[in-house]
Design a protein. Sequence first.
Length: 591
Amino acid sequence: MKLRVLFAVAVLGVLLVGGPARADNPKMNLYDFRPSVHAFDIGGVWTTHIAEPYKLTGGLWMTYRKDPLSVLGLNGEKVQIISDQAVADLYLSMAFFRQLSIGLSVPLFVWMKGDDPTPVDLAMKKVGGFSLGDVRLSAKFKFWENGNKGLGLALGQDLTLPVATGDNMVGEPSVTSLTQLVLDYSASGFVVVFNAGYLIRENNSAFEPSMADEVQIAVGGKIPILCDQLDILASAQTRTYAANAFSSQNDVASTFMGGLRGRLFGGLVLGGYAGVSAGTMPGVPAWQAMVNIGYEPPTNSCDRDGDGVPDRQDACPDIPGPREASGCPDRDGDGVLDSEDLCPDIPGKEDLQGCPDQDNDGVPDYQDQCPTIPGPAATKGCPDRDGDGVADHIDQCPDQPGKAEFKGCPDTDKDGIPDHLDQCPKVPGPTSTFGCPDRDGDGILDAEDECPDVPGKAAHKGCPPPTPKRVQITRERIVITEMVFFDTNRSKIQSRSFGLLKDVAKVLKDNPWIKKIRVEGHTDDIGNPAANKKLSQARAESVVEFLVAEGVERHRLESVGHGSDRPVDPAKTRDARAKNRRVEFLIQDTK
């Protein structure tokens, strides 16, 4: 089936009831091509571009349309109501304030041809002769400027005034309004555009489906062939009745156009276009062709920076530059373009991105901390004799490879103290002993410490202060040589053990390196285990309280009762049980 206009004419009510024939044609506009009146648009598709303010633009569209209206007669005969149509659109526009363009279009239907509907009993008159179409007023408002690169957004508004003459179906019965949103993107003369609009018109039911409000969507594009001289234009537009949007082919029409537009000289524009249509809405032609001649101010869409170098040859299309530098600036004349020159005001070397290097060490002066003395990049252009990555001027050992944290000096034993400050450079040791070992951490070097594994004091050559005979210190515990006696089945300490516990308190006070000690209570296996554990806990707590009373810090003490769970002699003899009834002092933490 050909994609052309075929409609079933609803027989007018007067014919259906045998009334008199209608004397004139319906008042409707079957001319669906609306060429934009604004400069730089793409046929019937609007862009956001606007001409310079207060410069008049205008021209003429000459359009030929084939078979815009075919119907079926009462007996099924096909009648070409409008078989040929030639239209001349005169248009003018002017921009204001760089944001607003206002224009006017007057369509002149210079020639029209169609079949005589009388023989097939259609209540219509044959079209023909000259007609004036509806005058169109148009405005475009641009929300933001995109220049010749980037996104643009605009709002378009068309109003048609019902001034058409004749019976050639070239004018609406009342005012129509087309409002549309315009979005486009431009780059180097290329343009991609999207339009979305809504047409408000008076309903007309002369044909089926009735002509009514429309939703219109269009896309278009411009491809430059010769910069600002010759362009390829293309567009596609789809229209549908708003009430029955896209419900059937009778409610949809699509038009596809393509052509060329050239600028001859000055602002003279000449274009040629052709296209086909699909859909069965009234007024949709099988095909159409048009020629446009007009005036638009010259543009430099392909030379954005105006330096005379076309964008396709301009390496810096947004920054003016001489032709010999491919359109890019080079302020210091070193042959490195400003866009790539890290030192654009000082002549430099190409391999250093245009920056100078006075000492020729490969480090540009702006990064070189010693710009007149050669040095490696690792030390920011400063010399480094020992190659340790620390520049000589901050290296305290410039002839010995070392570490940056030690200002270039070595640390042979890796104890964190550089060799020149380490009294034992080959043996690791802490800072407190100047790098020499101190196993017990008492601040006395092992070589001078008579008790290297037990913290002591310098006055005693690294050993702890002398302890009472009944008390001894090891790394793990305080050992007492006598028992701590308690009242039977009670936690009260007997007085005969006070002296022993005072000796323990003295040892703790004389040895502050013991940060934490655990007092453990133990019983024998006679009696209830739970009661024994409770008793042992109470006895350990009593010892803690005694030591605190003797001046030992409470935070250094803790108590635990184990009952009979940890015997030192598992035998069931009297002597074994006596050994198991004991108090122990275990060292938990040291300085």
